[in-house]
Design a protein around this ligand. Sequence first.
Ligand code: SF4
Ligand code: SF4
Length: 273
Amino acid sequence: MSGLPIDFKFRKERRKVGKERNVAVWGPLNPPLELGIRGTHVAVDWDICTGCGICAEICPQRLYEWVQTPNHPTSERKPLPAREPECVQCHRCETKCPVQAIRIVVPGPTGWRRAMDPLGFLQMGGGIVYGALYGPALGLMVLFWAGWLMLAIGVPLFLSIAIYFKKAGRPVEGKSIADTTVLVDTGTYALVRHPQTLGAILMMSASILISQHWLIAILGITVSAWNYRWVVKEEKGLLVKFGDEYKDYMQRVPRMNLLIGIIRLLKRRDRRR
Ligand code: SF4
Ligand code: SF4
């Protein structure tokens, strides 16, 4: 046994040499003595793993399957992250593995989600620039100025992850700051559970009001609806990741209703006095 944890930079420094039951295999590979790493977002270094079984036992998604590895020096069975896409990034396996053989990496956006982020930025930028240069297409000046006010509220909310997660989220070195290891419920997260998405929706709505252009409106409504749907899905994973702590957070703080969030926060502060 090397005594070293899994190589954090394996995706840059190792080569993908194939697949096992649809799970990526990262070399070097020289069976039965050298077995490499299995998985990309749930990565297990089989050359470090001692086959203790803790990861398979505690994974709430039950995504590991055992593979027999006769004559390997550290153990003769290894956990394969067979249903890797079902990982909810709770980090339990990563923190409990006694030999640090596991690395959990939050996957970047895929499929439609990958297209939605640039479309959202295009909608925001396009509508605001159009409105600022040519004025609102429908000429409704009250809505035009309401849009600028909405933008002023949306921007700081949108920056919530960058402002609060770095410190309060205690991210692990080498990982995205969005991948928090503790529940963040301070700052804008004390008002709503998803300030960044709320900020994005407000900015897209602002863009609609400022431009008053039909194309900007269609784009903004589509991307906003997609973002909201994504948040609902993401919360299912957060419930598994943080358990009762997240349930309690859901009781205290609304998902995205800023007005209710402010009222509840003021009431909580009142009670503490
Ligand atoms: S917890 Fe670590 S050592 Fe134990 S089986 Fe899982 S990967 Fe291997
Ligand atoms: S991070 Fe959580 S859900 Fe993902 S593999 Fe590990 S224990 Fe399972």
